[in-house]
Design a protein around this ligand. Structure first.
Ligand code: TXA
Ligand code: MG
Length: 311
């Protein structure tokens, strides 16, 4: 098992490690190293057109890296550390190598709320970290998921299961109203209630603002069906939300939240998909309806992308 000091030493030598955050595990490398960034893209098999998120230990450090308007500063000052990534214009003196953000003039920045990740960031400085899965596959919420994705070849700093379980909300701060380009824990409702002086919009346009959001993504290997209702086919592994009546033929069932708690469901959804995808007891996966409000919107966003057919 990788220790904290081993992780630091590997990162300082431009190596790649798996690191925990409160959202999902990240495939981490130094943001100021072309060598490390190239390794991340190669290991993840990520298209070189899909930029990475850069993580910092403190909001003061993060604010140095981009150009923030006063409302943007107000927003991040109150939310960071936390599951929010912002897209801003990159500042002129930033140390982030341009390969990390595909030579775009913008950069995605976040200050995660995880004690282990925080300590690593304090020692190493800015770290680029996409989710620690092969491009297009399910995101990892445990060290075991990361080990499985990379066949044990990437050392992982294990800090248990992620407490949020879905990737950070991404907001583009380059113009006001701010645009939510990836839903997550910070929902439109939560943001509007907490910041009545700021206007947020969801991204309903077909324009590609966040390249990674436009793809079929987060996909299990088995076929995934959404909004399934009992009686379920016998070959279907079922992921349930709330009280579900399971018929006798159903061989595998994973409960997201019997009390129909959306945050609990968010925490478990990727694990549930990983589990049924591996199970020899079912040949496809079905998910019962999950309400589309609050973080339910983010869960459904991930599920919809996961259910798109690979061509
Ligand atoms: O919770 C998270 O955000 C996790 C943890 C590890 O921090 N990271 C994560 O990274 O989800 P990734 O690479 O799986 O997703 C990053 C998304 C991609 O859709 C990418 O296109 C978008 O952020 N992105 C990054 N930089 C961008 C930029 N300059 N402009 C637009 N979109 C950007
Ligand atoms: Mg990802």
């Amino acid at each position: 098992m990788l220790t904290f000091s081993e992780a630091i030493s590997l990162l300082q030598k431009n190596q790649i490690v798996g690191l925990p955050t409160e959202t999902v595990y990240g495939l981490a490398g130094r943001a100021d190293s072309v060598e490390a960034i190239e390794k991340i893209y190669a290991i993840k098999q990520r298209p070189m057109t899909n930029p990475l998120i850069i993580h910092y230990a403190t909001k003061e450090m993060a604010l140095q890296e981009g150009i923030f308007c006063h409302l943007g500063k107000e927003l991040v000052s109150k939310i960071w550390p936390g599951p929010l990534t912002v897209i801003v214009q990159k500042s002129l003196h930033s140390k982030i190598v341009s390969k990390a953000h595909c030579n775009l003039s913008s950069v995605a920045i976040r200050v995660p709320n995880h004690p282990v990740m925080h300590d690593v960031l304090q020692k190493v400085g800015g770290i680029a970290a996409p989710s620690a899965n092969l491009s297009g596959n399910l995101s990892p919420t445990t060290a075991e998921h990361v080990n499985r994705a990379f066949l044990g070849k990437i050392p992982v700093l294990d800090a248990g299961a992620c407490s949020i379980g879905l990737e950070s909300t991404i907001i583009d701060l380059r113009q006001h109203p701010f645009v939510i380009v990836r839903p997550g824990y910070w929902t439109l409702e939560k943001l509007s209630e907490r910041f009545p002086n700021i206007i947020f919009e969801e991204n309903n346009s077909v324009d590609i603002i966040t390249p990674g959001s436009s793809f079929q993504h987060y996909a299990p290997k088995k076929r995934l069906f959404l909004n399934v209702l009992a009686p379920f086919p016998s070959e279907m592994g079922v992921i349930g939300f709330g009280k579900i009546h399971i018929n006798e033929n159903s061989k595998c069932f994973v409960q997201l939240s019997e009390e129909a708690n959306l945050e609990e469901a968010a925490r478990r959804i990727f694990s549930a998909l990983h589990e049924l995808d591996l199970s020899s007891q079912c040949s496809c996966i079905g998910v019962t309806p999950i309400p589309g409000f609050g973080i339910g919107k983010a869960i459904n966003d991930r599920l919809m992308r996961a259910a798109l057919q690979k061509n």
